[in-house]
Design a protein around this ligand. Structure first.
Ligand SMILES: Nc1ncnc2c1ncn2[C@@H]1O[C@H](COP(=O)(O)OP(=O)(O)OP(=O)(O)O)[C@@H](O)[C@H]1O
Length: 323
């Protein structure tokens, strides 16, 4: 497995600070995104995700911090950074008055591609993003998902190796969101580094190699989705019985267990490891009991998010049916 240390770092921030007036938005954060990986920045509304993207993509200046993107120092070589990156913001760069194809050509001109190369690149990307049929229609007539696809296609005209996606699926329906996830996965398999902000924790869970949670201007936690989920207690096993007698016997055998008499369900604290599951099954076996259903419950990223950003939530654990 590739570890962060064994790859070059595409995006690095040390002591990144930014305040607007007396409001400190980023209070000295450190980030390191290995090349070819997806890094997701999560955080509540107004926590500074877009500010971080704007700073790292040279649109806004940091107050302090040592920042390197694509091997270039951000303060010394912002032009070199701009030549390496692509940015798709919350607010689309698509011009609705002209066609999808014209938007692409405009982008090709901005990248100083020759006329021939511009046409070729535009056609290739429109095809890749399933926009050929709509290419000659004004972009204002496109659906939200199509506009977002055109936006990303435009970002790719310069063949950037590092892409910032600021909430790329906000407002998209589930189908368009899944299409976008497929597009992002395709970018990743092409070796592009992706810096993704999102409000959808499932999206970070689905796509990101590493996730950082921003809260009160600091990184409250960072790790893989699994590492973050392990930070939150609450893993347990649920046993459901069809037979009330078996249920009551199990409740006595597994004392101290929260129970739900109405649905004949017992809840046992368990980390879900093979060792603990075996011990639990041994206890049931020695009492001569067999549950009708056994499910392992793990906290999801929503639980992590609420735990780290100081909110509360109604539990909604992901379940893995064991049998
Ligand atoms: N140009 C600006 N001038 C003053 N305050 C700003 C400016 N840009 C952002 N802010 C403030 O900085 C804070 C962080 O904003 P930012 O947009 O980075 O958050 P965010 O995490 O991306 O939020 P959201 O999830 O709602 O997009 C907010 O309180 C916002 O009001």
């Amino acid at each position: 497995m590739t570890t962060p240390n064994s790859r070059s770092i595409a995006i690095a921030a040390k002591g990144l600070r930014k305040a607007y007036g007396d409001k400190t938005v980023l209070d000295g954060i450190d980030l390191a995104v290995p090349a070819g990986t997806v890094f997701s920045l999560l955080g509540p509304n107004g926590s500074g995700k877009t500010t971080a993207v704007k700073i790292l993509s040279t649109l806004v200046t940091a107050d302090a911090g040592h920042l390197r993107v694509g091997g270039h120092d951000l303060a010394a070589g912002p032009q070199a950074v701009r030549a390496t990156i692509g940015v798709t913001g919350q607010f689309s760069a698509v011009d609705g008055l002209i066609t999808g194809e014209e938007n692409m050509r405009l982008m090709a001109d901005l990248h100083h591609l020759s006329r021939r190369e511009g046409r070729r690149t535009a056609a290739e990307l429109l095809e890749r993003f399933d926009l050929i049929e709509a290419a000659k229609k004004p972009a204002a007539t496109y659906s939200g998902g199509m506009k977002r696809r055109l936006d990303i296609a435009m970002t790719l005209v310069g063949n950037p190796r590092i892409i910032f996606l600021d909430e790329p699926t906000t407002g998209l329906d589930p189908r368009s969101r899944h299409t976008m996830w497929g597009i992002i996965r395709e970018l990743i398999s092409g070796g592009v580094t992706v810096f993704l902000t999102t409000q959808y924790l499932a999206e970070a869970d689905e796509l990101a190699d590493r996730i950082a949670v921003l809260s009160d201007g600091k990184i409250a936690a960072e790790g893989s989705a699994d590492e973050l989920k392990r930070l939150v207690p609450g893993r347990h096993v649920r046993l459901r019985f069809a037979d009330p007698v078996a249920y009551r016997t199990a409740a006595v055998a597994l004392r101290e267990t929260p129970r739900d008499d109405a649905s004949l369900v017992l809840q046992i604290s368990c980390d879900g490891s093979q060792r603990e599951l075996r011990a639990l099954l041994d206890r049931l076996d020695s009492a001569g009991l067999e549950a009708d259903e056994l499910t392992v419950h793990t906290p999801d990223l929503d639980d992590v998010f609420f735990a780290l950003t100081g909110g509360t939530r109604v539990p909604n654990e992901t379940e893995e049916a064991v049998r």
